[in-house]
Design a protein around this ligand. Structure first.
Ligand code: ADP
Length: 607
């Protein structure tokens, strides 16, 4: 045995020596040859040195880059122009050019949560490198990269927050205002979660704006609509806390620099005109507001992105920290208290099928949610015996983009001035109804597809934008919306029966005068009578998971015996028991910010 092994080792050494000698020999030969022939040894250059531009398609149009190369390498990448929404795509613009330059490769991953911007950027860089004479096939091959050395990290702080969406960042800021040092763990490459891609409407009874618009409202009315709109399955005390604190929290946000427009409106399924519209597109205003506070906090609040919380640390029945996984190693955060704000599970098909009781099978429905909405916070809560409530209540919207399920491309600008028609050109539901009512009605229409119809009142000019930073002209140009000067022409373009369609619009216009209609609609403003007319297709989509960790009005998490789990607070979509079976449109942002703020404060003071 021993002898055999020795012989094998000797043979291996000889083989290596032989290979080395041959290699050196070859090298020598090449050298000699080139010297004798007098030609240069320089290999063919990879690029033609210079600066080149390229264009790719992002979410909101073209992304234009300038790439500088010398003969052998990519030296610099500058983004010259883009129309992507600030906050949504920042991580792609930060990461991708660096990764391309560092690895000298086009084989780079898209940034999770910013896929379209990433692809547009990579496309633009590719085009520029092609113009530079680069071999795109070669550049696109996966190269072995130097693995960054793994390094585990341990932190100690006052409050650790899981999730950097609206609820988590509200909690972080509020905890800091109450004297705490804070670490926020965010598993995605950038903060924002579902909050940043939401329609962003914020319901609050507003004595200033509503009275200026002559809108009658009260906290009691908001309470009743919220409680009854969820079939009285929400916890009355939590609903009360929500509606009473929605306006003070909105003022708190304004104090932090958040801007809302002067007029309130009725958001889809919001039932009443009390929705506040941020000045900035989508939910970017909330995240920017919190992040700019955090940037000024002298690192007293730190947000660790690409860091996925895995497990709560419990000592003597008190939650005292979080174990997480960073990009390059494990992360442990020890703290006096933990705020769970990891959002819902709309993007987790297994979980929604496990719990769904309101809808037919949800396997094939798309979602408005970002890919990180996978219910991790619920799983972590379960590990410490948190009670789960309302898990079976999942909200669908009738407003998904047919391709992606996202809210983008939605042309409605409020409830009052638009109707829905089915593929026959007929209206089929009260378009001011609850979200579940409208979605159920849509599911009964052929192909489960409808058209949202608006007119010039919603888009006075072609560059008027929807809530998602998209102008109507761009949507039409991209084939995501249709435009016509007559109803007949619009009907033709969208392939619905013209006579039925014209009759449906006329019926609606009569209802505006009458104040009601055959579907029981009561929310009206303008008639659909002014060209141009627009149509956009929409399908059902999974939007919000209303169930989750049970909390009390102090945002403390409760266990299955109804007792407080010490050290653990929760806020936002990860919690359950507020919205019952159906959440009113505009109540999520009110909930997320209100309970985020309460959770942060109580986590800081150790209530
Ligand atoms: P909410 O509206 O309740 O704030 P969001 O969806 O806006 O919910 O934010 C939740 C955030 O939590 C998202 O940014 C999501 O990526 C993050 N998140 C989810 N699971 C984890 C996890 N295991 N660790 C860290 N962050 C997480």
């Amino acid at each position: 045995m021993m002898r055999k092994r020795k012989l094998r080792a000797l043979f291996s050494v000889m083989l290596i020596m032989f290979l080395l000698v041959s290699l050196i020999g070859c090298g020598q030969k090449d050298k000699d040859d080139s010297e004798s022939s007098g030609t240069s040894t320089k290999t063919e250059s990879t690029f033609k040195a210079g600066t080149y531009t390229g264009v790719g398609k992002g979410n909101n149009g073209d992304i234009k880059v300038e790439v500088e190369v010398d003969d052998d390498s990519i030296l610099a990448i500058n983004v010259l122009e883009h129309n992507e929404t600030k906050g949504l795509s920042d991580a792609a613009f930060d990461e991708i050019p660096n990764t391309v330059i560092e690895g000298q490769t086009l084989a780079v991953d898209t940034v999770s949560g910013a896929t379209n911007s990433s692809n547009g950027l990579i496309e633009a860089i590719t085009e520029a490198l092609k113009a530079a004479g680069g071999d795109i096939n070669e550049l696109s091959k996966n190269k072995a990269t130097n693995e960054t050395a793994r390094e585990d990290k341990e932190y100690t702080t006052d409050v650790v927050v899981i999730g950097a969406g609206g609820a988590g960042l509200a909690a972080a800021v509020s905890a800091h205002e109450n004297g705490a040092k804070v670490i926020v763990l965010e598993k995605m490459p950038q903060p924002g979660g579902n909050t940043i891609i939401s329609g962003a409407a914020y319901n609050a009874v507003d004595p200033v704006r509503q009275s200026k618009q002559g809108i009658e409202d009260s906290v009691d009315k908001h309470y009743t609509q919220t409680y009854e709109g969820g079939d009285m399955k929400g916890d009355p005390e939590l609903v009360r806390t929500l509606v009473e604190n929605a306006y003070p929290t909105l003022q708190w946000l304004e104090g932090l620099g958040m801007e809302f427009t002067d007029e309130v409106f009725t958001v889809l399924g919001g039932l009443w005109p009390r929705a506040h519209k941020p000045v900035k597109p989508l939910g970017t205003g909330y995240i920017e507001t919190y992040m700019s506070y955090i940037e000024k906090s002298n690192d007293e609040i730190q947000v660790l992105v690409n860091t996925e919380a895995k497990e709560l640390i419990v000592e003597n029945d008190v939650v005292v920290g979080v174990k997480a996984e960073g990009k390059n190693g494990n992360v442990v955060v020890n703290a006096k208290s933990v705020v769970m704000a990891a959002g819902g599970f709309g993007a987790n098909v297994d979980m929604r099928n496990e719990y769904n009781s309101l809808w037919p099978d949800l396997t094939n429905l798309k979602t408005t949610n970002h890919p990180g909405a996978t219910g991790d916070g619920i799983a972590m809560g379960e590990q410490v015996e948190a009670n789960l409530v309302g898990m079976e209540y999942i909200q669908l919207l009738p407003m998904g983009d047919p391709e992606t399920g996202s809210l983008s491309g939605n042309i409605e600008q409020g409830v009052e001035n638009r109707i829905f028609v089915n593929k026959d050109g007929n209206r089929f539901v009260d378009e001011g109804a609850r979200r579940d009512v409208m979605t159920k009605a849509l599911m009964e229409q052929s192909d489960q597809t409808m058209w949202v119809i608006v007119d010039k009142h919603s888009y006075p000019t072609g560059d008027t934008k929807n809530n998602f930073n998209e102008s109507i002209d761009d949507l039409v140009a991209a084939g995501r919306a249709y435009k016509a000067d007559t109803l007949e022409d619009l009907a033709k373009q969208i392939g619905v029966d013209s006579a039925s369609f014209v009759k449906a619009v006329e019926g609606f216009n009569n209802a505006v005068d009458a104040g009601t209609d055959e579907f029981g609609r009561t929310l009206f403003d303008q008639k659909l009578d002014t060209a141009p007319f627009y149509a956009g297709a929409r399908v059902p989509t999974v939007h919000h998971t209303m169930g989750g960790l049970q909390i009390n009005t102090d945002a403390q998490v409760l266990n299955k015996e109804g007792q407080v789990i010490k050290g653990l607070y929760a806020a936002g979509e990860v919690t359950g028991g507020i919205h019952g079976t159906n959440r009113l449109g505009g109540n999520a942002l009110a909930d997320v910010n209100t309970f985020g703020r309460i959770a942060g404060q109580n986590a800081a003071i150790g209530k």
